[in-house]
Design a protein around this ligand. Sequence first.
Ligand code: ADP
Ligand code: ZN
Length: 590
Amino acid sequence: MNKLKKKILILPIVVALISILSLVAFSFIYEPISYKPYNTFLNDLASNSVESVYYTTSPKITVKIANNVYYETDNPRVDTFKESILTQGVEVLEQSYMSPLKIIPIVLLGSSVGFILIFMIKGSNLSKGKLKSVDSLHAEAVEEMTLNFESVAGNEEAKESVMDVVDFLKNPEKYSSYGAKMPRGVILYGEPGTGKTLLAKAVAGEANVPFYAVSGSDFIQVYVGVGASRIRQLFKKAKSHGKAVIFIDEIDAIGKKRSGNASGGSDERDQTLNALLTEMSGFAEKEGIVVMAATNRLDMLDDALLRPGRFDRHIEVSLPDVQAREKILNLHMKNKPFDKININDWAKKTSYFSGAKLEHLVNEAAIFACKDESPLIEDIHLDSAFNVVVAGHEKKNRSHIREEDRKITAYHEAGHALISLIVLPEEKVSKVTIIPTTKGAGGYTMSIPEDKLYQNKEYILNRIMVLLGGRAAEEILFGKEKITTGASSDLKRTTNTIRNMITTYGMGDSLGLLTEEELGDLSHHHKMAILDECKNTVDTLYASVKDILKENMESLHCISNNLLEYETLDEEKLINCTIKNSENKKLKEI
Ligand code: ADP
Ligand code: ZN
């Protein structure tokens, strides 16, 4: 349909271009109308040879005499002019003269431009672009057919859970003959990049039905009522094809829990949500339409969405474990020329990587190999890619960095690394560098966390200490006045983690086992108590971090000096520094 539209547009565009060209050519070729004195005109008038006069208020008038000859003469500007020539039987045209050779291309140009404009306005459905994604879905739907469950590595439970949705899409009649109700709505939830969209596409591909994708954010921030009508259009379109998978990404944008005070919600969102619910209950069982939606957080969604008959099947798509990571890496490396790569090793190194991040890693490695003109992608390329994925590209031009800043960065990173080695010895610190990245970090310390299902309180506190290590080292070495902005993202993460401990994980005293979210609006008094507890926790941890660093000053100097010399240190060099100063003091209990 879209291609056809484009073809239809070609004709008026060509006509418009030809018209413009002929107008330009015309103005070059055509000789301007000759000028004759007013007396000549009067003579012609007297001899009855004037056929018509083009009479306007302009200084010149155009005169037509026999044999289609035209000339210009001066406008006499007398009130009785028109009457006097009319009485002599001359036609008076109150318009300026235009050659028919010019009129034709102008008319053609005008009508083709008009045609194009009307077509474009109609095509865009008067919307600001977004609705086009619904319009242009058909083409996309065909493309996606190629994906199937083989394109999704790992995620076995999730695949298992959608298997019968595929079966239902293939034979909706079978299910309805048993009186079985199939889910109309499936919610896929999990962290970004874990393959929720991929899984939905695979369902459509396996069932061989069209795939309609929209994003919840397309429906908000438009005029009231537009969101709802977009929903209706989407369903109408999908139904016109019979079976289909409708995929709504970021469903939370329209289906977020309504806030406590009922009147305060956004009307537009409610209307859109209601339209969605109405449409979903509107189609018959045997129609074979399944709505799949994705969100990062299931607990944010409005209960109305999750009720039976709506999105009643909830499937978690989780971050891949080490085996799944190996499968995903294998899948994405399949068609690339890799050399002796130990994929199992890389799967181990990439804990907490999502499928999308793994794909990104493999792709970056391929780019590095290509830049090197290496025939095969090797471990070193994956190494560089890993750094890029985790920390961003290295800044190439570093000449402008002041020596003083390099030193501060070196101690800051040494602080992180040293605290990590001491309080989290089971985690490998794979790299410390003071090479700034294009993402804005002055340097970074990279450690490889273990795959863990849960994080316990002790571990979380230790992680916070590692985060605080950078600022603490700065303060110890250069004094309170010289601390820098370099720690801002560390402090942000610290604050976030501590807050979560107290308000969400039930690990604090001010709320105990209660969670802030469920309690709703807290009184000022309670908010202050939470704030106090956050502040005390971070102060205590910071004090311990400073103590640990002071007790291990030699290691700190050693790591920083090495960093200043080599810029980047691996695990081995780091351990060398700490071995010399090996009696690690026991952590103070908090
Ligand atoms: P989400 O919708 O959960 O944010 P996507 O489905 O958009 O994630 O994933 C982005 C890309 O990451 C996919 O197109 C795919 O290439 C890759 N990917 C993610 N998970 C997997 C997986 N389990 N197997 C293979 N590729 C994956
Ligand atoms: Zn830092």
